[in-house]
Design a protein. Structure first.
Lengths: 416, 85
């Protein structure tokens, strides 16, 4: 810990573009009701591929939300990120007037796993179909996984520290940590998060190589982590962007402080080495608790990574027990992403959003499609569980071996 | 297709290639205004050059994508078409 930890980072705005809704309100309603929107894949060109079930973002009209130049110059994953950033800024009531005199005080951090697959595929088809002279110049920036950070920064006029985290799905949590680090160093606010658009033919074909991908054809059975029938994960589109601010500055401008980013740690244990992820994830949890100065017993809810691969689920259940001790068998564990699919880097940011909303509502959302848990953890199934929530732990692992943990705390002055 | 590139055609190229909507008569009446003022960046102009080269089946001068204003660009393209280099 360093001497600058008094510059605390707090979440003041949540912007969600998810398969189960756009906007934090719609997302939370579906999430707390345990609605599953996993369905057969209908995205153009993907209908006949071996991936049958996924979480598609269907109620999203980019034309209504994004200026034409960005529609033409950027990919769907950036459209999601831009729309989510707008929602987060609106939610935080952080407008241009608040920062136009100090544009260097606002930064942008995103994480991305796959970049702009749909845009990239179109241009590569032109390359091999017509020749290099027919590839549009915006290909050079649109398919790059860093595109969303750059375009959000340009579009919003944010000139503060900008970054892209490339650390697998867990990058979504690592991005939040990166934002907190920027704030410790003096940045006032960071627009941070991740959104993905992996449901384009080229991107789906890339994912077919993952042995952890579920190819089950039944939307109610495709993604059932922590059960004996776990058969892999269903992917998803979308994600979330948050506004993270330095606490004192946020309070000075009258912003609503939603939660504190209290602690984070990350480890790496290698691709598809799920057994080893037990120790990696436990170490990440311990590190996050240490930074948050939080005892294991203070954790009121765990938002699990919940990969849906038996060895990975076992490793996660054991890691929770290793890091939290006896409390690990009592603490409620939930994985609302079983109702939407895993949006890669977007998934842990959606979980962070759900955790903040859960603390605000005193309600742990359930784990859709999961009923018969075969591990020694208390998974919240069926319906949401009302309970006082002060501290939440969010976990994320990547298929390539990243493990990450984040401790969130409800602000101390929150009424009720 | 006309022989000479017009402001209307340039506006259409800007819209298709870069998503920039601009009134051709405004471009024509403000010859000093730069592409940048209409929101077209260097990648956007590069795309327009490539689209025209594909359309005409021959290269434009190497400095075509460095033209600052629409007026300068139309002059360069049209004089190039006339001389047929």
């Amino acid at each position: 810990m360093n001497t600058r930890t008094h510059r605390r980072s707090v979440i003041t705005g949540i912007g969600v573009v998810a398969p189960n809704g756009t906007g934090a309100g719609a997302f939370w309603k579906q999430t707390q009701e345990g609605v599953s929107v996993l369905d057969l894949v209908t995205r153009e060109g993907c209908e006949n591929l071996p991936l049958r079930v996924a979480g598609e973002v269907r109620e999203f009209d980019p034309v209504a939300l994004i200026e034409e130049r960005y529609l033409v110059q950027t990919d769907r994953f950036t459209h999601f990120a831009m729309a989510a950033a707008d929602l987060a800024l609106d939610d935080a009531r952080l407008g241009r007037a608040d920062y136009e005199d100090a544009p260097f005080s606002v930064g942008v951090v995103t994480a991305a796993g796959s970049g702009g697959g749909e845009f990239g595929q179109r241009e590569l088809q032109r390359l091999w179909g017509q020749g290099s002279r027919f590839v549009g110049p915006y290909q050079s920036i649109a398919w790059f996984y860093a595109a969303s950070t750059g375009q959000i920064s340009i579009r919003g006029g944010f000139k503060g520290p900008c970054a892209v985290v490339a650390s697998d799905e867990a990058g979504g949590l690592d991005a939040l940590m990166h934002a907190a680090r920027s704030i410790r160093r003096g940045t006032g606010a960071v627009v941070v998060g991740a959104a993905e658009a992996p449901l384009a033919p080229y991107s789906v074909v890339c994912q077919l190589g993952y042995e952890d991908l579920s190819t089950c054809e039944d939307p109610t059975r495709a993604y059932r982590p922590f059960t004996a029938d776990a058969c892999g994960f269903a992917p998803a589109e979308g994600g979330a962007m948050l506004v993270v601010e330095e606490e004192a500055a946020a309070r000075d401008r009258g912003a609503r402080v939603r939660a504190e980013l209290a602690g984070h740690a990350a480890t790496f244990t290698g691709a598809s080495r799920w057994e080893q992820s037990r120790e990696g994830l436990a170490r990440a949890i311990e590190g996050a608790l240490r930074e948050a100065q939080c005892a294991p017993e203070e954790i009121d809810v765990v938002f699990a990574d919940a990969l849906g691969v038996p060895s990975a689920d076992r490793a996660e259940a054991l890691a929770i027990a290793d890091a939290l001790g006896a409390h690990g068998r009592r603490v409620p564990v939930t994985a609302p992403k079983t109702g939407t699919g895993r949006a890669y880097c977007g998934a842990p940011v959606l979980d962070t959003s759900a955790a903040v909303l859960a603390m605000e509502h005193g309600l742990i959302p359930p784990t859709p499609n999961v009923f018969d848990v075969c591990h020694d953890i208390d998974v919240v199934t069926g319906r949401a569980r009302p309970t006082e929530l002060r501290t939440a732990l969010v976990l994320s692992r990547g298929l390539m071996g990243s493990n990450s943990a984040l401790v969130l705390r409800r602000p101390t002055d929150t009424p009720g | 297709m006309t022989d000479r590139l017009t402001y209307a055609e340039l506006a259409a190229l800007m819209k298709n290639g870069a998503g920039i909507t601009v009134d051709p008569s405004e471009m024509e009446s403000r010859p000093g205004s730069a592409f940048e003022e209409y929101g077209l960046d260097s990648l956007g102009l590069l795309g327009i050059v490539a689209a025209l080269e594909n359309r005409y089946g021959r290269p434009l001068p190497a400095d075509a994508d460095r033209c600052r204003t629409p007026a300068e660009f139309l002059d360069l393209v049209n004089s190039n078409l006339v001389t047929g280099v």
